[in-house]
Ligand binder design. Structure first.
Ligand SMILES: C[S@@+](CC[C@H](N)C(=O)[O-])C[C@H]1O[C@@H](n2cnc3c(N)ncnc32)[C@H](O)[C@@H]1O
Length: 364
């Protein structure tokens, strides 16, 4: 989106979907982390003013509401570290947090909020160090206007705390349009990706440039230490493509983020597209989800394997390598068996059954 000039601005539909996703995920993340750790931290490097023109809460307020609730059921401590460069937005955010803390019994001495005016980098790390958060698990939202604005060393530093997770906003069109011609923009891209592997985008056809950058950025997150990534594709009001990319080391984090993502209303500007789908089909996550891409992905995977794969292997593959959930695998395999796409041994599908792809037409 174009960066707004006013202190607050209209919330667009994809932002509403992003907040719904964040709320769902933090509702799952907070109790898990608070059951294991004395202190957990929620941080933002591009915090915003905390409110939208229609009065809707910004992401720091969404997080504050979730943690206030979680702390009613836990004796532990949550720190919030919020950095915003714009002085007036930072002041607005302070007022909003103060108003929320003072209302509805949400005041809690174990919810310790630090708001600073500054640059996402290096100020966020300095603030996290100052309040003693860097040695504890953090969930860090880096939700700028899409930039690229997040330097790779910031991700690396966050990843040194092994239970920490990040979520980064990235709008590929800026690099696609400007970085080929302008050295400064190319340097900003190198700082974002942590290297120049992404320069291959200049040789890609227009239709695949965005997906190419998405995949290079997932690799960057992997190099930083977040070996599992999930990508949410959002379309803003002006039709711009925006990626929200989640990185974690933990399968449980992937599982919980997927649960959140499959219940967020996708009528509102968020699309999912599985990076592994050879057809790159955009998906609405409906009650009866379209598992066409998963069918293609599993067939590709089975065909590239030297031997049959167990159902448990395919469920884990779906969890870690696709946007689908493990629970979607068995019902799909049943349909694939009935359609003659795969052979199942023995006939009944359980976790230990093995699955092999049948060549097209092999049944006939
Ligand atoms: C997309 S908005 C954040 C919205 C917020 N995450 C939400 O969902 O409610 C981005 C914010 O980052 C701020 N910003 C832009 N560049 C920044 C930088 N380098 N460091 C810190 N804040 C920055 C902008 O002033 C703006 O308020």
């Amino acid at each position: 989106m174009a960066a707004p000039k006013d202190v607050i601005w209209e919330r667009d539909p994809h932002t509403a979907a992003k907040h719904a996703l964040l709320r769902r995920y933090l509702q799952a993340w907070a109790p898990i982390m608070l059951s294991r750790d004395e202190v957990v931290t929620y941080a933002e490097g591009f915090a915003g003013p905390g409110v939208y023109r229609g009065g809707e809460p910004g992401s720091p307020l969404v997080a504050h509401q979730v943690f206030s609730g979680a702390l009613r059921r836990s004796p532990r401590m949550v720190k919030m570290v919020l950095v915003e460069e714009n002085a007036r937005r930072k002041t607005e955010l302070e007022h909003r947090i103060a108003a929320t803390s003072g209302s509805s019994g949400a005041r809690n001495d174990r919810l310790d909020v630090h708001i600073a005016q500054g640059q996402c980098h290096p100020d966020l790390l300095q603030q996290l160090a100052r309040v003693g958060s860097l040695d504890h698990p953090m969930f860090v939202l880096l939700d700028g206007f899409g930039g690229p604005e997040v330097p790779f060393p910031l991700l690396q530093r966050i990843a040194t705390q092994r239970r920490s997770e990040v979520m980064v906003t990235f709008q590929p069109s800026f690099l696609v349009r400007f970085a080929g011609k302008d050295e400064r923009h190319r340097a900003a891209g190198d700082a974002f990706f942590g290297g120049n592997d992404w320069h291959g985008v200049f040789q890609e056809p227009s239709s695949s440039k965005a997906a190419y950058l998405r995949d290079r950025y997932r690799e960057s997150l992997g190099r930083a230490g977040f070996q599992h990534t999930l990508v949410f594709e959002m379309i803003d009001e002006a039709g711009h493509l925006l990626y929200l990319i989640f990185g974690t080391r933990h399968e449980r984090g992937v599982e919980k983020m997927k649960e959140a993502m499959w219940v967020v209303d996708t009528t509102s500007g968020v699309r999912y597209r599985d990076p592994k789908d050879p057809n790159q089909q955009a998906l609405d996550l409906e009650l009866e989800p379209d598992t066409g891409p998963l069918r293609r992905i599993l067939l590709d995977h089975l065909r590239s394997a030297p031997a049959a794969r167990s159902v448990d292997h395919l469920k884990r593959y779906a969890l870690l390598e696709t946007i689908y959930r493990p629970t979607q695998v068995i019902p799909l395999l049943k349909r694939m068996r009935d359609d003659g796409d795969v052979n199942v041994s023995p006939g009944r599908i359980t976790g230990t059954s093995t699955i092999a792809a049948l060549r097209q037409g092999a049944l006939f």
